[in-house]
Design a protein around this ligand. Structure first.
Ligand SMILES: Cc1cc2nc3c(=O)[nH]c(=O)nc-3n(C[C@H](O)[C@H](O)[C@H](O)COP(=O)(O)OP(=O)(O)OC[C@H]3O[C@@H](n4cnc5c(N)ncnc54)[C@H](O)[C@@H]3O)c2cc1C
Length: 457
């Protein structure tokens, strides 16, 4: 135990916010899936930007590395201590939960890194606006974590991912200096876009302490449809016709084996009287009721074999329940290998067929569950069965993705889970630039080592 460091940290944030007891630290030291864990000298919970800077200063002086953490819902192991690190702290940003006044004229709001997505959505909603990123981990995922992972979620096809919502950023660099571009300028071409660069940086470049975020008009009407289909090619052709709807907000895909699992886990009834191999959740939203437009498009889709539609909140929630319960249902089966990938639209169906055969042959007896954000070409490949440290199935799936022209991470990031394979879909020139950027921001490598960049970078 590094007592001088702990004393310095207590001085900065107060003794109540330096957590050292193993059972108190435990929840911060293991990730949501249970696959990644390590041990930290302490979990430190600063309450403002100056304290974040002072914590980084004390850690740098002690030669201790820092793992930034928000809601700890990340799925690639980047927000928990490394198993093999000598001395590290977890820097929890959850106390930075300040919400600024919603600027209705500019449709923007400032939020601290620790504000949860649910809090942000409620805050924007109370002012008659909407924060557009939405994901199932909304109760815990934080603004800082969502910026750091460039979170995607359910609405990317209409509003873009987190990067598209970030108008400005506040962040503390490894040397304790503070970047602050929170003025809300929509147009600002005065040099490199540092806010954009920090989106997706996974805690390796700076500690995000706040963000200036774009808000959107809040749709007054919503309609959700659950569609039963024979296969993924059919779903893709429905998707291409749905794209004509400017109210289209979400197109999510699931498969019969995943739905069966979810029904057993969450004690839900089957969505349709007979099972369908492939099921879509489609949502449209607007200032006018989009139901007729959606029905018009669907009436021209012979691939749709079964339909359930709801526009009231309880009914819509019910239609979403099968999709939303997938992540938890898979976790309940065992520690999953989570491979969140994206594919070019024209290779999606080929990938789905090939990955099923591949997983069966590489990980005999394992269980594969697929679902995803079809509108973004994003599938979540979940494999339960192989031990957490057996990476053969991860490698085989990611190589297939690379062969088909996809990305090994659609939205969860690289973290510790995929750093070995970064070069499968990023060129050596890409990795060299990323390494140079890392060195410029964090020359001693104290911020989240072991995440994103390959070993030795
Ligand atoms: C049920 C479930 C559903 C999910 N669905 C989606 C989905 O649809 N789309 C999606 O994109 N993701 C999804 N995720 C993954 C996860 O919710 C997102 O990655 C989210 O953005 C993580 O936010 P967090 O606050 O929990 O970050 P954490 O898990 O705490 O951290 C994630 C990464 O960000 C870094 N970090 C955290 N805070 C900061 C900060 N303030 N400054 C610098 N670095 C920081 C960490 O070091 C780590 O590398 C899901 C997760 C779960 C459990």
């Amino acid at each position: 135990v590094n007592e001088p460091l702990l004393a310095a940290l207590r001085e900065v944030v107060g003794p109540a916010h330096v957590l050292t007891e193993p059972d108190v630290r435990a929840g911060y030291e293991v990730d949501w899936t249970g696959r990644w864990r390590g041990s930290a000298e302490a979990v430190v919970r600063p309450g403002n930007v100056a304290e974040v800077a002072a914590v980084l200063g004390a850690s740098a002086a002690a030669g201790v590395t820092v793992v930034p953490q928000g809601g700890n819902t990340g799925l690639v192991g980047g927000g928990v201590p490394r198993a093999d690190a000598v001395s590290q702290i977890v820097l929890s940003l959850v106390r930075l939960d300040e919400r600024g006044r919603v600027d209705g004229g500019a449709a923007q709001v400032s939020a601290g890194a620790g504000v949860t997505l649910t809090q942000l959505q409620a805050h924007a909603g109370a002012a008659g606006l909407m924060f557009a990123v939405d994901l199932t981990a909304r109760q815990s995922a934080t603004v800082g974590g969502m910026v750091a992972t460039n979170a995607g979620g359910l609405h990317v096809l209409r509003y873009g991912s987190m990067r598209a919502q970030v108008v400005g950023i506040e962040a503390v660099l490894a040397d304790g200096s503070v970047l602050s571009r929170m003025g809300g300028l929509v147009k600002d071409n005065s040099g490199y876009d540092l806010a954009g660069l920090l989106c997706g940086s996974e805690g390796t470049l700076a500690v995000v302490t706040g963000a200036r975020l774009r808000l959107w008009p809040r749709p007054t009407h919503r309609v959700t449809a659950l569609l039963g289909l024979a296969d993924l090619p059919g779903a893709l052709s429905v998707l291409s016709r749905l794209r004509s709807l400017d109210t289209l907000e979400a197109v999510e895909v699931m498969f019969d084996d995943g739905i069966e699992l979810v029904c057993a886990h969450a004690q839900l009834a089957a969505p349709f009287s007979q099972p369908h191999p492939c099921v879509l959740v489609v949502e449209c939203a607007g200032l006018d009721d989009p139901t007729n437009d959606l029905a018009g498009v669907l009436s021209g889709c012979p691939e749709v074999l079964d339909t359930a539609v709801a526009s009231d909140s309880g009914g819509r929630q019910r239609l979403w329940s099968w999709r939303e319960a997938h992540t938890e249902a898979v976790n309940a089966l065992g520690i999953p290998h989570k491979l969140d990938v994206s594919l070019p639209a024209q290779r999606m169906a080929e990938f789905e067929g090939e990955v099923r055969a591949l997983v069966t042959s590489v990980a005999l007896g394992s269980r594969l569950v697929l679902w995803g954000h079809l509108g973004d070409g994003n599938l979540h490949v979940n494999v339960v069965g192989p031990p957490p440290d057996d990476e053969s199935v991860d490698e085989a799936v990611l190589r297939l993705v690379a062969d088909l022209g996809g990305s090994i991470s659609a939205e969860h990031g690289i973290g510790v889970a995929k750093r070995r394979w970064l070069s499968l879909t990023r060129s050596s020139a890409d990795v060299a630039v990323m390494t140079a950027v890392k060195r410029a921001f964090d020359p001693t490598g104290m911020l989240n080592p072991g995440v994103l960049l390959p070993a030795g970078r």
